[in-house]
Design a protein around this ligand. Structure first.
Ligand SMILES: [Zn+2]
Length: 464
């Protein structure tokens, strides 16, 4: 092809600036702010939840790890032992308590997502109350800002235990952010940089893929979590603090006056020997910490150190391994609510090895009501009649939800069975052995499914 004169002139003109800039010193383009880069990001729900990890945070700080903490809420609907302030005023106080607790360890990079406290065991209620989408957007932003190597958070699942829906929500959001922060297609407005003036909302962040996520469960049982991650003694002496890690955690906890003033006043009157005696005899202060490995994108052994396999530098974005959808018969009945949600969640986030109780379980206040949420699926071409029945321990009674129903063709419908729970049988007992209850579903005289739930009755428990 013959070059035209115009092309030659154009080439010459374009080369001029390049030659001029080669003569001067190159200017460094702006990089992310190193002050906010962390090795470990702790994501919890309420001010004082960090206490579940403070002995480990103190240990990681001894290893020169950089750490930041994210809280889901300001704890505004908790109790206040220190004064009369309630609601948003209490939230303002508890935010400072959390910051002070972490300052004792030297941690100052602390953020709050703006979720609202939700006193229930149902994670779906917490998500609705936290503005799930807005909270997730903010958490992804913080992941991209702090570029954590490792995430530590509550285990997303439902168990007999405190089983706080907010705790579950923090672990759930952290897992979602783990899978989204590295995705260049997720929240792209955070990644776009302003190219001209009057684009003040574009954030110029970069995608960031964390390497590992670890969980700690909000459950009473320990059996299903053992061997699923590393254990850390809290009794070792900190190199920098010159005292055991549990003792540093206790000092950090002193900031939470609204949550434990009477306990902290007692501690303040004790000498070191008395504090040690108290800590080893009750309250779990000196129990080892057990973490569960959620996933690692850099290998390492399941029970190895949290930072096993972590080397400096970014890794490519990794889409989660979504496992195939469960094959279901054309007509089926299964547990709904948080139970079916968490099964879907584990599937969607490549967490099929995450420990969960089988059958599902819950602890409820007695006397009271148990609600069993159910999905009924009819993929056949005609309306089907089904019969729901429930087998209950003596003293428990069905209020509503059993009997004969019809489900239209090609429909998935939600229903619920309500059961009245009796008072605890033993006077003065705090709880009684969990009982297994089962829901039977029949259609045309044939069983189409049986669903089980283990239920523990307690003197006190969060609402279902
Ligand atoms: Zn909490």
């Amino acid at each position: 092809m013959k070059k035209s004169g115009v092309t030659v002139i154009l080439r010459f003109v374009l080369l001029l600036p390049a030659m001029a800039s080669a003569a001067q010193e190159p200017k460094a383009l702006p990089l992310p702010d190193e002050r906010y880069k962390v090795d470990l990001l702790l994501v919890v729900a309420h001010p004082d939840d960090e206490g579940a990890a403070t002995p480990y945070l103190a240990r990681a700080l001894d290893e020169h790890k950089r750490i930041a903490v994210v809280f889901g809420t300001r704890g505004s609907s908790g109790a206040n032992e220190a004064g009369g302030e309630q609601a948003a005023a209490l939230g303002a106080i508890r935010e400072i308590e959390a910051r002070n607790a972490l300052t004792t360890l030297g941690l100052t990079n602390v953020w709050f997502l703006g979720g609202k406290d939700t006193a229930s065991q149902n994670v779906l209620q917490s998500l609705a109350n936290w503005d799930h989408g807005g909270s997730l957007e903010q958490l992804v932003r913080l992941f991209r800002l702090t570029r954590p190597e490792v995430i530590l958070t509550f285990l997303p699942g439902t168990f007999i235990g405190e089983d706080h829906g907010d705790h579950q929500a923090s672990g759930l959001l952290a897992t979602e952010a783990f899978d989204l922060a590295g995705d260049p297609a997720a929240f792209p407005e955070q990644l776009a940089g302003p190219t001209k003036r009057l684009e003040p909302l574009l954030e110029n962040l970069r995608p960031w893929q964390p390497k590992k996520i670890y969980y700690f469960p909000d459950a009473d049982r320990e059996d299903i979590f053992r061997g699923k991650g590393p254990d850390y003694s809290v009794k070792e002496i900190s190199k920098s603090g010159k005292q055991p890690y549990w003792r540093m955690a206790l000092d950090s906890f002193r900031a939470h006056q609204t949550q434990a003033k009477s306990f902290l006043d007692k501690i303040a009157q004790m000498d070191e020997a008395q504090i040690e005696k108290m800590a080893t005899s009750d309250g779990g202060w000196t129990d080892a910490l057990h973490f569960v490995l959620g996933k690692s994108l850099v290998g390492g052994s399941v029970t190895g150190d949290v930072f096993d396999g972590i080397t400096p530098g970014a890794i490519p974005f990794a889409r989660p391994d979504v496992s195939p959808e469960l094959a279901r018969p054309e007509l089926s009945v299964e547990l709904g609510g948080p139970y079916s949600f968490f099964a879907e969640f584990r599937r969607a986030h490549g967490l099929t090895n995450l420990p969960h109780p089988e059958p599902p379980e819950i602890a409820l206040q007695a006397p009271g009501t148990l609600v069993i949420p159910l999905w009924v699926r009819n993929q056949t071409a005609k309306t089907q009649e089904i019969t729901l029945a429930v087998a209950l321990p003596t003293g428990w009674t069905t209020q509503a939800g059993t009997g004969k129903f019809t489900v239209a063709a090609k429909q998935v419908v939600a229903t619920r069975i309500e059961i009245t729970l009796p008072a605890l049988t033993e006077n003065g007992a705090k709880k009684q052995e969990p009982q297994e209850i089962s829901v039977h579903a029949d259609s045309n005289g044939q069983s189409i499914g049986e669903t089980k739930l283990r239920v523990e009755l307690r003197k006190r428990a969060l609402p279902q």
